[in-house]
Design a protein around this ligand. Structure first.
Ligand code: FAD
Length: 479
């Protein structure tokens, strides 16, 4: 029987990063994956394919709606070849998952294909084409998550679908009903909206992206409505029925009145659930809580002291970069180091266009915690770079402590904010003040100037502005 210092179950961004870091730190490492390709949800049916389709559909949308304004004329009709678009997405996925195979070989990590089940706290049975058993001193559970469902919905995966099927549709829906106005529903909804589908979002909460800052949610709602999304917040879905090629969704609206949505596809994107099916966690003494998550302490250690868990299968945001940080954290803990993760500084992004990006506390959270704060905002439409690219939608909001000026939260809606948020994360990591951000030179013209200006607005204006004219000393922007 092969014996290891560490065995990792699951090869998503949590698992493969943990395995690489363990190997780099000198541990003999194995990774177990039940599917034939490595990379987990993120690389196969999550982050990467959804971004590939978002990028392709964005090009199409630009060509149809904006090229002419830029003075670009395309003779004849611009058409979508969905099959080719999906094939390109798949080739991006294949390249990326192939990259993980390479990394496993490079770091001398043994890869086992098959379902990993605990026999006890140090032995795992792997049932694949050939069943085998391995032994490991330490084990990292990184089994991720699967799409959640509502108990009364029959996911037939043809017309009533999850994100996995939405990434490989054979036709553009005429009317896509999206259940859930969270990140996944809005991103995939926007893909098909751009390609010509009518899209109706049905959300239980009173606003889309309900976990994000309320101001951001309002701004995104405004922009998506302009893009002709039909957004139905405060709607409680009661039934989803299929009638031939038609899907009928019934929901109660805010007033308790039943409303009906008829479409040809229904995307159920009501969240994801931690995945531990077939793991046989109890045989190892690993506790699963009543939310289905593997229970961990602050060291990400489970109730079995040699077994750790990371990523979507434990508490916290279901994000690839959160899983990665946790993978590194456990590997370094096993190597005797003292790593640290600041969960407050894990950024959250929605890759719609305009993008939404945030880090730190929302206004709602600060109010609830009774923390005194001040807010500075800056709209993209006041920015030269945004006007040049015609991406004038959205704004940046900086929340800083009222007395100390420390940046407590940054919330952005706008073009390329997914990349821009990194600056806010870095500054907050070093506990910068809004004034620090406002005094840093930002290349002109760039979208990042919106962050500088919002930081400036959050800090003491008199330092930068002529009091009587309210003209910014540096940029000349009229307040
Ligand atoms: P996973 O990636 O889910 O990987 C777990 C792996 O474990 C899987 O490959 C599974 O097959 C394997 N496994 C499970 N049980 C066993 C077992 N018993 N034996 C062997 N193998 C097993 N996050 C972002 O940060 N940014 C994004 O843009 C983003 N976009 C997304 C878009 C979509 C459509 C979806 C669905 C998700 C998206 N996410 C995004 C979320 C992201 O994919 C997850 O947070 C991330 O993949 C979690 O990583 P993980 O390693 O915990 O688990």
């Amino acid at each position: 029987m092969n014996s290891y210092d560490v065995a990792v179950i699951g090869s998503g961004p949590g698992g493969y990063v943990a395995a690489i870091r363990c190997a780099q730190l000198g541990m003999k490492t194995a990774i177990i994956e039940k599917y034939s390709t490595l990379g987990g949800t993120c690389l196969n049916v999550g982050c990467i394919p959804s971004k590939a389709l978002l990028d392709s559909s964005h090009h199409y949308d630009d060509a149809v709606k904006h090229f002419e304004e830029h003075g670009i004329e395309i003779p004849g009709d611009i058409k979508v070849n969905l099959e080719k678009m999906i094939a390109r997405k798949q080739s991006v996925v294949d390249q990326t998952t192939g990259g993980i195979d390479f990394l496993m070989k490079k770091n001398k990590i043994d890869v086992y294909q098959g379902l990993g089940s605990f026999k006890d706290a140090t032995h795992i049975t792997i049932s694949g084409e050939e069943s085998t058993e391995i032994e490991a001193k330490n084990i990292i559970i990184a089994t991720g998550s699967k799409p959640a469902n509502l108990p009364f919905i029959n996911l037939d995966k043809e017309r009533v679908i999850t994100s996995t099927e939405a990434l490989k549709l054979k036709e553009i829906p005429k009317h896509l009903i999206v259940l859930g106005g969270g990140v996944i529903g809005l991103e995939l909804g926007q893909v098909y909206k751009r390609l010509g589908a009518e899209v109706s979002v049905v959300e239980y909460a009173d606003r889309i992206v309900p976990t994000m800052d309320a101001g951001v949610s309002k701004e995104l709602n405004k922009v998506l409505k302009k893009q002709k999304f039909k957004i139905n917040a405060s709607h409680k879905v009661k039934s989803v029925e299929r009638n031939g090629d038609e899907v009928i969704v019934k929901a109660d609206n805010k007033k308790g009145v039943e409303v009906e949505f008829k479409g040809d596809y229904c995307l159920v994107s009501v969240g994801r659930r931690p995945y531990t099916d077939g793991l046989n966690a109890e045989a190892a003494g690993v506790k699963i809580n009543d939310r289905g998550q593997v229970e961990v302490n602050d060291h990400l250690q489970t109730s079995a002291s040699n077994i750790y868990a990371i990523g979507d299968v434990i508490k916290g945001a279901m994000l690839a970069h959160k899983a990665e940080e946790e993978g590194v954290f456990v590997a370094e803990t096993l190597a005797g180091q003292k790593p640290h993760i600041d969960y407050n500084l894990i950024p959250g992004v929605v890759y719609t266009w305009p993008e939404v990006a945030a880090v730190g506390k929302t206004e709602g959270q600060l109010k609830e915690a009774g923390i005194p704060y001040k807010a500075g905002k800056f709209p993209f439409k006041a920015l030269g770079r945004a006007r040049a690219s015609m991406d004038t939608e959205g704004m940046v909001k900086v929340l800083a402590h009222k007395e100390t000026d420390e940046i407590l939260g940054v919330h952005m809606v706008g073009a390329r904010t997914a990349d821009m948020i990194a600056e806010a994360v870095a500054l907050m990591e070093f506990r910068a003040s809004a004034e620090d951000a406002a005094r840093m030179s930002h290349a002109h013209p760039t979208d990042t100037e919106a962050f500088k200006e919002a930081a400036l607005a959050a800090t003491d204006h008199s330092k930068f502005y002529e009091p009587d004219t309210a003209v910014h000393h540096v940029t000349g922007f009229h307040w």
